[in-house]
Design a protein around this ligand. Structure first.
Ligand code: PXP
Length: 248
């Protein structure tokens, strides 16, 4: 069954808007777990715009499921990861001015830098993933640097579906790219995850890509939780993922 990782960065976004001690990240994570989350994801950004260092140390202690830390390949954050030892790390590109992670990591052109980071994290017992665009060359580069997993950036998939529809050539081409990259990842023995921009309307088609291990979903779940509560918002997404799997 495909798993659901819930990204709770935006619980911290609300908290940081007032720099209050609430809403609590720890409470949010526990509610997500109750709703069926298989893991909890947080992105410790270099600018600390939402998640703070203390959050990941606290989560490490409180989680009943798994902790997935998204991070840039920077020495400062690598050191924190080696200290916290999350279950998973996902290396992402990071630009200060971006609203969210725009595009995947160019692993192919940074192999020399990344291979050492992957090795250090793996030696600490952490499962290491690379957030990449749906591109076979990038999958091969992830395999070369001995990453354990890839997470395919589904931002374009989500945008093409919303703006141009499922019959558009843009969307169909992107699905083909995702399928090809996924097949290559499976062939190389890499764990296959996907995320970014996934929501209650677009989750169905991505469930049909075979071999998916986990989706990481944040914004749509947290946004929906404002109206219906976090536990129900997580439960609803989990049901869609389970049902999506049953459809093929
Ligand atoms: N996966 C990765 C690697 C991300 O950087 C993000 C955004 O922080 C997500 C998944 C979740 O994206 P969204 O908030 O659009 O669901």
């Amino acid at each position: 069954m495909i798993k659901l990782g819930v990204n709770i960065d935006h619980i911290a976004t609300i908290r940081q808007a007032r720099k209050e001690g609430f809403p609590s990240i720890i409470e949010a994570a526990a509610i997500c777990e109750k709703g069926g989350a298989d893991s909890i994801t947080v992105h410790l950004r270099e600018d600390r715009r939402h998640i703070q260092d203390k959050d990941i140390y606290d989560l490490r202690k409180s989680l009943r499921t798994k902790l997935n830390l998204e991070m840039a390949a920077s020495e400062e954050i690598v050191k924190i990861a080696l200290d916290v030892k999350p279950n998973f790390v996902c290396i992402v590109p990071e630009k200060r001015q971006e609203l969210t992670t725009e595009g995947g990591l160019d692993v192919e052109n940074q192999k020399n830098k990344l291979v050492g980071i992957v090795d250090r994290l793996k030696k600490a017992g952490i499962i290491v993933s690379m957030f990449i665009d749906a591109n076979v060359e990038q999958v091969l580069a992830c395999n070369e640097i001995k990453a354990d997993a890839i997470e395919i950036h589904t931002g374009k998939y989500a945008r093409f579906l919303k703006e141009n529809g499922s019959n558009s050539s843009d969307f169909k081409e992107e699905i083909k790219r995702i399928s090809k990259a996924s097949q290559e990842a499976i062939k190389k023995g890499l764990i296959l995850n996907a995320g970014h921009g996934l929501d209650y309307d677009n989750i169905k088609q991505i469930c049909e890509i075979s071999g998916m291990n986990e989706f990481n979903i944040g914004f749509s779940i947290i946004a929906r939780s404002v109206f219906i509560g976090l536990e129900t918002a997580v439960k609803n997404m989990k049901e869609l993922i389970v049902r999506g799997l049953c459809s093929y």
